[in-house]
Write a protein that binds this ligand. Structure first.
Ligand code: NAD
Length: 503
């Protein structure tokens, strides 16, 4: 280890009521993407640390399960206030490690906060059902019960919001929750754990275990882990789903995306261009709901591209902590280079590079910056179309008709989000019926559902049956139990070998 490494801030796990040092001896570097310098070392948990955090969660769980709903709700209300008061602190921690602008990070915190607000209503959300007199003197009671120890494994691109998609509902339902955040920007998770502790969440009910694949595999195979929520890339999501379910766990695993935005010839060009630029380049394109393919129908392509190019020249690329920046750096040098390689491959595949982000002045420094790129004449079969690029690259696919656009989208294996821009209500309604994608925007480029609906894609963008947060989150974090009861007069009791049925 070099002297510089020993001086770096150490980031570790949150267990019990505080952060605890790691014992695994394994760690990784956390970078400042704006400067290109390392800024911290994050612990990578080994199997023993995973065993310890699961054991603590398991021990804490029964008392939490038995805690009154009104008390759980009270703690969540307090957590809501604390997160609200700490918005800026969380946002700055995100910006330092992820690179996105602070205003963007504040938006992320706000959307996470919505999920805490939703979970505050847990007494109502967990109401069961009752049927009186299903047979003579027989009643049926249906309740939802917590699983026990549940786990969340989250990606780098929303280090606060995605954990908040998971843990408020998980703990509100009465589970003990363990978060394994992305090792690339782990600090926001520790702030959330500290605030949960201050709000009154008991020790062991919300823990954070830092790490990489070793920690994930230990959690996937741990017999006391009952359910896993995952958000990340499609290959890892598939692996998590297959391994977790094989080990008897309930799993929801949200994967990657390739989100199309269809612009019909009657759309308002200025509005469509504003939306495309915002949704393609916000957070440097590192959003699972970013627009990455603009499907321009017929005559709108040329004027739309001109309007987009004009807007692209005005985007201020710079460090996220600088209030004038609109787009920050990418998460790592390797990822920036990988994204840049798609610009080369686009040319080789026959697409037209209309704007090349590699030429942006911000790329000259040490930070992981890339300017915005626009690729024209992109088609399925080109790697810039087929792969999730996850960077500030907008591809334009030109098609003749609405049917061509629909066919392209429905043939794509990803199906997270999609948008249509038009002034024709009938066409929009037809599209929302026919498109095979989980989340659809009509003149809305990033249709992330609010917290009281649920979030999830279709096809290769989600493995599992239940979407995340909102009502489906409550379903995911609980198991249904049906109790059939009767209190007959023992004098009326008799042997009856027939199958029970209503009388
Ligand atoms: P990633 O798949 O590399 O990592 C996600 C998590 O999995 C991290 O916690 C990481 O430590 C862990 N992990 C990585 N490789 C692993 C392996 N081989 N075995 C076990 N665990 C592993 O994803 P990322 O790069 O952090 O995030 C970007 C991806 O997440 C993009 O594909 C994006 O589309 C996707 N994403 C999807 C959604 C959604 O809602 N569908 C939301 C946000 C991000």
């Amino acid at each position: 280890m070099t002297t510089a490494e020993t001086e770096l801030k150490k980031i570790s796990h949150f267990m019990g009521a505080t952060t605890v040092p790691s014992t695994s001896g394994r760690s990784g570097m956390v970078w400042n993407p704006a400067t290109g310098q390392p800024q911290a070392q994050v612990a990578y948990a080994g199997a023993e640390e995973v065993d310890a955090v699961v054991a603590a969660a398991k021990a804490a769980w029964p008392a939490w399960r038995d805690t009154a709903l009104s008390r759980r709700s009270e703690i969540l209300f307090r957590l809501r206030e604390l997160v609200d008061q700490n918005r800026r602190r969380i946002a700055e921690a995100i910006t330092l490690e992820h690179g996105k602008t602070v205003s963007d990070a504040m938006g992320e915190v706000a959307r996470g906060l919505e999920c805490i607000e939703f979970a505050c209503g847990i007494p109502t959300l967990l109401k069961g059902e009752f049927s009186e007199q299903v047979s003579r003197g027989v009643d049926v009671l249906q309740i939802r019960q917590a699983h026990g120890v549940v786990v969340g494994i989250t990606p780098f691109n929303f280090p606060a919001m995605v954990p908040m998609w998971m843990f408020p509902n998980a703990i509100a339902c009465g589970n003990a929750f363990i978060l394994k955040p992305s090792e690339r920007d782990p600090s926001a998770s520790l702030i959330l754990a500290e605030l949960a502790h201050r709000a009154g969440v008991p020790d062991g009910i919300f823990s954070v275990i830092q790490g990489d694949r070793v920690a994930v595999d230990s959690l996937l195979h741990h017999p006391d882990v009952k359910a896993i929520s995952f958000v990340g890339s499609t290959p890892v999501a598939k692996y998590i789903y297959e391994t977790g379910t094989k080990n008897g766990k309930r799993v929801q695993a949200l994967g990657g995306a390739k989100n199309h935005m269809v612009v019909l010839p009657d759309a308002d060009i200025g509005m469509a261009a504003d939306a495309a630029v915002s949704a393609a380049f916000g957070s440097a394109g590192e959003r699972c709901m970013a627009i990455s393919v603009l499907v321009a129908v017929d005559s709108i392509a040329d004027p739309l591209i001109a309007a987009i190019r004009e807007r692209m020249t005005k985007i201020k690329v710079g460090p996220g902590l600088d209030d004038t920046s609109e787009m920050g750096p990418l998460i790592s040098r390797e990822h920036r280079d990988r994204v840049a390689n798609y610009i080369d491959s686009a040319t080789a595949d026959g697409a037209t590079v209309t704007v090349d982000g590699r030429e942006h002045p911000a790329t000259a420094g040490n930070g992981f910056f890339l300017g915005t790129s626009l690729l024209d004449n992109v088609r399925p079969g080109m790697s810039c179309y087929d792969d999730e690029i996850f960077g500030p690259v907008l591809s334009v696919a030109r098609v003749k008709t609405y049917e061509d656009a629909l066919h392209m989208i429905n043939s794509n294996p990803f199906a997270n989000g999609v948008a249509i821009f038009t002034r024709d209500g009938g066409a929009a309604r037809q599209f929302q019926t026919e498109v095979e994608v989980g989340m659809v925007g009509v003149n809305v480029p990033i249709p992330v559902p609010v917290a009281y609906h649920s979030f999830g894609g279709w096809k290769s963008s989600l493995f599992g049956d239940l979407h995340m947060y909102g009502p489906e989150g409550i379903t995911f974090y609980t198991r249904n139990k049906v109790i059939t009861s009767r209190w007959p007069d023992p004098a009326t009791s008799a042997v009856n070998l027939g199958f029970p049925h209503a009388r």
